[in-house]
Design a binder for this molecule. Structure first.
Ligand code: FMN
Length: 331
């Protein structure tokens, strides 16, 4: 199971259509679902929540919850759907999540998280991993994080994705909680130093795969096992086009932005036949030409036209033509 490069779970972003699109940029990276509350899986529309395309592998299902039996049920269903990993969200700071006793607040209760993990592991064969913060609120990360890791490692977790900043559960909203408490990569390195046998994956503020690779290299004091990137992929998905080369040593020739866009036209045609509006997918494609000539017209055409012509995949072909024209004009 390789976590050398992971694309972060992001609510309202990393749905199956987004993951299908992201897979075009890298065959090997590990993709994560949005956080799904365990209860929703047990009682909700399972195909809608869990369905995915085979090309998405390796793909992890991220669960939120704190009730061991409910989590274990949801994990079993996830395994039946074919997910490669169950990941527990112990990092989300939102008020709604706290009210349900999920997410980052659980860092203060490693015993309960361990119980959840043990119950899940009794029921599924796929790996169970954890995504957490370095700490919460006024707790000292230097004490809280090692205690958390030690307890969970004993319950059989061997892969931890650590968002290298504290979560402040009072006074900051989730967006602020991804910016304000400062990043502390050394805290993550300290964990790897202490538990070299664990897979420790660094997350938070990594702007490109090259920067990320450097940040986890031995030159920084100790080598970490992988990285996870969220917002930078969302804003500029083509920025991960070299990931297979730099993280997995796979030197195959990767597709151009235009090739990817054209392949997505076919995907939209298939989606429309299944009743999925095109804008669900095109919303995730707005950053494809980030930094290129034509990026603005691409973004504005898709943002404007796709919600109006939700069953018309030609919108995407038209947007491609506009970028071609913009680039030809400049040449
Ligand atoms: C729009 C958005 C939604 C997110 N949703 C989730 C989520 O569902 N589960 C989770 O563990 N983290 C979630 N996060 C946090 C990211 O997974 C990641 O930990 C965080 O953005 C830091 O990484 P980055 O600096 O590379 O973006 C979300 C972040 C964003 C921007």
């Amino acid at each position: 199971m390789s976590h050398r490069f992971c694309v972060a779970p992001m609510i309202d972003v990393t749905n199956r259509h987004c993951r299908f699109f992201f897979r075009k940029f890298s065959q090997h990276s590990r993709l994560y679902t949005e956080m799904i509350v365990a209860d929703a899986i047990t009682h909700g529309d399972k195909d809608f929540l869990l369905g995915f395309d085979e090309v998405e592998h390796p793909v992890a299902l991220q669960l939120a919850g704190s009730e061991p039996v409910l989590l274990a049920n949801a994990a079993v269903i996830g395994e039946q759907y074919g997910y490669d990993e169950i990941n527990l969200n112990i990092g989300c700071p939102s008020k709604r999540v706290q009210a349900g006793n999920f997410g980052a607040c659980l860092m203060a209760d490693p015993g309960l998280v361990a119980e959840c993990v043990e119950r899940i592991k009794e029921k599924v064969k796929i790996p169970v991993t954890i995504k957490c913060r370095i700490g919460i609120d006024d707790y000292n990360p230097g004490e809280m994080l090692p205690e958390f890791i030690e307890t969970l490692a004993k319950s059989g977790v061997s892969t931890f994705i650590i968002h290298a900043r504290k979560a402040m559960l009072e006074g900051l909203d989730p967006k602020q909680n991804r910016e304000i408490p400062p990043l502390d990569y050394d805290m993550v390195r300290m964990i790897k130093r202490r538990w070299p046998e664990l897979n420790i994956i660094l997350n938070g503020g990594l702007m490109t795969p090259y920067i990320a690779k450097n940040e986890i290299s031995a030159s920084k004091g100790i080598e970490l096992d992988g990285v996870m990137i969220g917002r930078a992929v969302m804003e500029n998905p083509y920025s991960i086009i070299d990931v297979d080369k730099i993280f997995y040593g796979d030197n195959k020739i990767m597709p151009s932005r235009f090739k990817i866009a054209e392949e997505m036209v076919h995907y939209l045609e298939v989606c429309v036949k299944k009743g999925v509006p095109i804008n669900i997918t095109t919303n995730n494609m707005l950053g494809l030409f980030h930094g290129c000539r034509g990026a603005k017209i691409w973004r504005s055409y898709l943002s404007h036209e796709a919600p109006r012509r939700r069953e018309d995949p030609r919108v995407l072909s038209e947007a491609i033509n506009l970028v071609v024209e913009a680039q030809n004009e400049a040449a």
